[in-house]
Design a protein. Sequence first.
Length: 119
Amino acid sequence: MKKKVDLYGLPHCTTCQKAVAFLEEAGVEIGLFHDLKADMLSRKDVEGLVEMVGGAESLFSKRAMKYRSMKLNERTLTEKEMTDLMVDEYTFIKRPVITDGKMAIAGFAKKRVEEFLNG
């Protein structure tokens, strides 16, 4: 049976584009491409992804421009603070997020994606 995943990201994000190309080449069907900017996630959606990736730290992007401009790098954020920031601002969500509906990974590294697909 062909593996099917959903992907959360941005259409113009080069890392997201690489992930899509990698998945398609691996014969993985992409069921849903959720554009994080065009269709912001609800708190319930973000909390669901946090749970699937294993915690807010794994889903939270410290590369977001606002991370430094808000001086968030100068302190330790709690899980709740990270979740609140991701709900309020899509740029704090590490991209892409790939999920099979039960588990998810955030960010794109070929080896990690292969492990996720085979796990």
